[in-house]
Each structure stands twice: as structure tokens, then as C-alpha cells.
Design a protein around this ligand. Sequence first.
Ligand SMILES: *[C@@H]1O[C@H](CO)[C@@H](O)[C@H](O)[C@H]1NC(C)=O
Ligand SMILES: *[C@@H]1O[C@H](CO)[C@@H](O)[C@H](O)[C@H]1NC(C)=O
Length: 452
Amino acid sequence: MEIANLVLTLTCVISFTCTHAKIGYFWHITDFHYDPLYTSQGDTRRHCRRADERGSSGHHRALGRYGDYSCDSSLELIESAARYMRTRHSENVEFVLWTGDITAAHFSGSKDENYQAIRNMTELLSRTFSSHFVFPVLGHLDPAPSASLTNLWMHWLPLEALQTFQNGGYYTIEQSHSKLRIVALNTNLFSARESNSAQATHQWEWLDSVLDKATDNKEMVYIVGHAAPGSDSRHSYDVSSDANARYLRTVRRYARIIAGQFFGHLHADTFRVIYDNDRPVSWALLAPSVSPHRDPVGSSNPGLRLYKFDTNTGKVLDYTQYYLDLATANRNAGGAEWTAEYNLTQYYGLHEISASSLHNLADKLRIGTPQETTVFYKYLRAYSVRHDSSENCDGACAHQHFCAITCLEHLAYRQCVEAAASALAAAGDTAPLVTSSFFKLTVLVTFVLLLI
Ligand SMILES: *[C@@H]1O[C@H](CO)[C@@H](O)[C@H](O)[C@H]1NC(C)=O
Ligand SMILES: *[C@@H]1O[C@H](CO)[C@@H](O)[C@H](O)[C@H]1NC(C)=O
């Protein structure tokens, strides 16, 4: 009997076939936009910094200690986020993805001050995750890869990763105890300015070879980067159409081994579906920022995301989106209360996270029946992390979201938006879609409640 048990255990250890899905977690945090010059005595027209002595302005609205919707992050905001992450799941957290834009957009400090700010953020994360690895990628506001940056992140990355990081800002991490590989990209090399550089060419060659090897080794892969592929009409950041198309071709080719793509950059909670001949084959999830400010206009509440995954296969099972209601936190003498905003599968009623389930969700975001626009309302609420923006999202705006989610080729996106615009013009539909349908729904619910 004992021998039989021993044999069984040994077989399990050797083959892994008897092990059940082991659940693990990882954080995805992004776009800190730490502004060392943020001050609650600051001026919102000067990015919440102190007005200079000469032009002491009339803008004396007291700003909150945790930040302001029109400005980048205060140190206190980022520290409160770090404190909160420490209290969650520290046991089962396997790693942390940190997807760039570490310092504020308008931080005009010297190179050295910028480096200091990055070092301070690195130290904060090292203290927060003292027994975990943080995998950083570069955002478009971060400095180009260098020896000093490599030294700063040396304790998180193995030697081979440090070498490719220093040369081009990209690297791969092999998980020792599972068949999951992390591929960290430098998406700055996709920009129109850099897409023809030698570094960009090297990254493509390297990416192909890493994905080929992963295929041979039967590994699953997470792709991590700052800016997701595709278009977003709001953003002027110019990704080269060629680089964008090449990335999408790569994803299609290796879709079977890509278990997830994780990006930041937009300061919004959204997702992308990648198709191959109309068949959904891959997905990307975009996490909202810690910074409450969205360039050039817009705001959201600060967010942090904790993914739940199967550590054997890399399959993403769910995530919990955490957030801080910034207005409340600033009013509250007790301090910042981060809390769970929603869980992906529960919120949208998904039975799993896959290209086809996210395709079905995207389909519900098309302009349509009130039932569908309720989903759209939920999406929009999550998009800004429950920050009620005053801007109305009308039919055209709603359709732009749909196009951004499903049409990642630049040309396809433009055609999608234009097709919708002419359809809407033909229908004479200019009514704010969300407000009106949500209003209808509210009226309906009230009516039903009155009846019973
Ligand atoms: C970094 O931290 C040090 C030590 O706390 C502080 O003196 C310095 O002002 C900080 N610099 C920045 C840019 O945050
Ligand atoms: C999300 O899931 C976690 C556990 O997986 C649970 O503790 C939490 O209450 C859920 N939160 C929401 C907002 O549904």
C-alpha cells in the first residue's frame, strides 16, 4: 500500500500529469507617471506644481494629497498603491508586470533627476515585492535602454535578459517551474521614428527566434509591452503602420502558443481582439494607469490589476481590477481606501477568457438593442475606472470603441470608423446612445418595481 502510494507520488512528481491546475497570481501595474513636483498647493494649469513667484495665479483650489484628475501622480498616491498591493495575495503572487511610463509626462527635470525618480520608484517596488520579481518594460516617456537602467533593474532580471535589455530594451524570462515564458517587448521600437532602426530590426529577429524556440519547447508565452497594437483615435502617439502590421502577423502566426498579451499606455481599461480571416485567434488586455490623468484630455481613477492564472499552462483565468476613488480619498481624513472594482469574468458574464469569448463581448458593444448598450455602459464605466466623465459618448463614439477593439490594422480601423459615421449620418442618429438607453432602462426598471 505504502509502496503503491510512493510510486504514485513519484509518477506525479516526474510527469506532472496528476497535478491539478495550480492557481497563481500576478500583478499588472502601469503608467505611474510619478511627478516629484506635484504639490497640493500647486496650480492645475501647471500640472499641479507650484506656480513660479512672478505669476502667482488665481487658481487656489486646494488640491488633494493623493492627486488630481487633471494631473499626474503624487508620491502619496503611488505609496498608497504599493501599501495596498502588499496586503493582497502576497503568498501566491508569482511576479509583477510593470509596463512603463514611470515618470510624469511633463516632468522636465534633468536626465539625472529623471533617473533619480525612476530609481525611487524601483526602490519602492523592491520594498513592496521584496520576495518577487518585477518585470519592467519601457514606455514612450522612459529613457532609452542604458547601462544605468540595466544596473537599476539587475536584481530582477537574469543575465541573458540583462544583455538584450541593455542593447534594445527587450528580453525574455523562462519560468523555472512551468512551461510559461514571458516576452517583454520594447514597443518604442514600433514608433514611426524608430521602426527602421537597427535595434528595431534586431527586436523582430529576436522575437521570431524566441517564439520559434518556444514552439519547439511546447511553451506558452505572455507578451508584455507598453503600447498595444492597433489604433486609438484619442492618441497621437504614432506607431508605424508597418510595425503594427508586422506585429499582428507575428501574433497570428504564433497564436497557438500566445496565452496572453498585456499592455498599458492608454490610461484606460479596455481590450483588443486579433482576428485571422475573421476568426478570433488572440487577445490583448490593457490595464488602466495609476495616474489619474489621461493625455491630452480625460481622467480616470487610479487602478491596479491582479491576474489569476494557471501556473502550469499560463491560461489566464480572471483578473480583479482594484481602484482608488480619488475624489473620496482626498476628502477622507482616514486616507486612501483602495478596493476591488470588478472581476472580469463575473462583470461581463464570461465563462472563460479567450479570443472567442472576448470577441463575443466585443460584439455586444456594437450599437444595438438596449440590452447590448447596457453592456456598453458597463464597459464605459470600467474604461474610466468609475470616474464619471462629463463627456457623453454618443453613437459615433461608441462605435469608435468597437472599432478600436476589433480592427487593429490601421487601415481597417479607419474604414470601420468611417463606415459607422456614414451609417449614423444616414440614420440621423445623433442622440447620446449611452445616456438615452441607460435612461430607458432606468425608467423600465422603475416601472417594473412599481408594478410589483
Ligand atoms: C528620491 O528619494 C530621495 C530619498 O528619499 C529624495 O531625497 C529625492 O528627492 C527623491 N527624488 C525624486 C526625484 O523623487
Ligand atoms: C473577485 O474575486 C475575488 C476572488 O477571486 C473575490 O475575493 C472578490 O470578492 C471578487 N470581487 C468582486 C468585485 O467581484
